[in-house]
Design a protein around this ligand. Structure first.
Ligand SMILES: NC(=O)c1ccc[n+]([C@@H]2O[C@H](COP(=O)([O-])OP(=O)(O)OC[C@H]3O[C@@H](n4cnc5c(N)ncnc54)[C@H](O)[C@@H]3O)[C@@H](O)[C@H]2O)c1
Length: 270
């Protein structure tokens, strides 16, 4: 894909899941990547594996000084910032039991930290010929989710923020979009107990039009597209990479009405 080679990306949450897939994909496309996370060991191992094009920085999204150090390190090491990819999140959510402290902590990571990081990166992004910010949301931001109040609402905030950020940063040539993945298969699922693996595969089948879980590469390719020079007229948007999850109604892939009518001996079309 064009417009990635030689560019510089910060990837938050780069030690796990989608962040790992994104880092690998961007390095393969010729970018330099700084992984930002609090899980040091896997982040350092990934950076070592990817060689001179990747570095790891311990940067807690709850710490302004660590975020500033991340930005400074990236500019010092690779000469600027073209892409800010905000994959990190906490899934911690005790729903109706969550305390104010827990709400603040989750929002500090999922929302506030990414806002502050964008504020700090902005003077560098503005110097890029094709600056792009990619936020992460989820289908759970659009519907009620039993037992979960914190995570889905933080992601709904991200979707709104993406639009306001896109509007305000457009005059500076900085595009801001979000990506909405479906359920994604991660390496940790391969080592989960067989019953968990089976349950996950079952949800993959039931929840997605395409009848399976997504892959890290499929999410990474969507992020790559949004940062590339093929997406220079795309901003303020939410791009679904969810196997049709969001577009599917509550009856899933089951042909409920025609089946019911057939059983009742009725016609299936007017
Ligand atoms: N995995 C899915 O199926 C799925 C589905 C829909 C949306 N998403 C979204 O995609 C993104 C990636 O999801 P994932 O499942 O790959 O995540 P993940 O849990 O595998 O990785 C998240 C990373 O964020 C890091 N992190 C947590 N708190 C942090 C902090 N305070 N400072 C810095 N880093 C911190 C974690 O250490 C971890 O490495 C998330 O924003 C999530 O909301 C994922």
């Amino acid at each position: 894909m064009e417009g990635i080679d030689g560019k510089v990306a910060i990837v938050t949450g780069g030690s796990s899941g989608c962040g790992v897939g994104i880092a690998r994909r961007f390095v393969r496309a010729g970018a330099k990547v700084v992984l930002a996370d609090i899980l040091d060991e896997p982040g350092q191992a990934l950076a070592a594996d990817l060689g001179h094009a990747c570095r790891y920085v311990h940067a807690d999204l709850r710490s302004d000084s660590e975020l500033q150090a991340l930005v400074d390190f990236t500019v010092r090491t690779y000469g600027g910032i073209d892409f800010l990819i905000n994959s990190a999140c906490t899934y911690a959510d005790r729903g109706e039991e969550a305390t104010r402290e827990e709400w603040l902590d989750a929002y500090n990571i999922n929302v506030f930290g990414h806002v502050v990081l964008l504020q700090m990166s902005r003077p560098h992004l503005v110097k890029s010929a094709n600056a792009s910010v990619v936020n992460f949301t989820t289908e759970a931001a659009h519907a009620g989710l039993a037992g979960r109040w914190v995570y889905p609402s933080s992601k709904a905030s991200i979707e709104q923020l993406t639009k306001s950020q896109a509007l305000d940063l457009a005059p500076e040539g900085i595009r801001v979009n979000s990506v909405l993945p479906g359920w994604v298969r991660k390496p940790m699922h391969d080592t989960a107990p067989p019953e968990v693996q089976k349950a996950y595969a079952n949800w993959g089948d039931r929840l997605h039009m395409l009848g399976r879980l997504g892959t890290l590469d499929e999410v990474a390719d969507t992020v790559l597209f949004l940062c590339s020079s093929h997406a220079t007229f795309t901003t303020g948007s939410c791009m679904y990479v969810d196997g049709g999850h969001s577009a599917m109604g509550p009856q899933g892939r089951e042909k409920v009405l025609p089946t019911a009518l057939r059983k009742a001996g009725g016609a299936t079309s007017p």
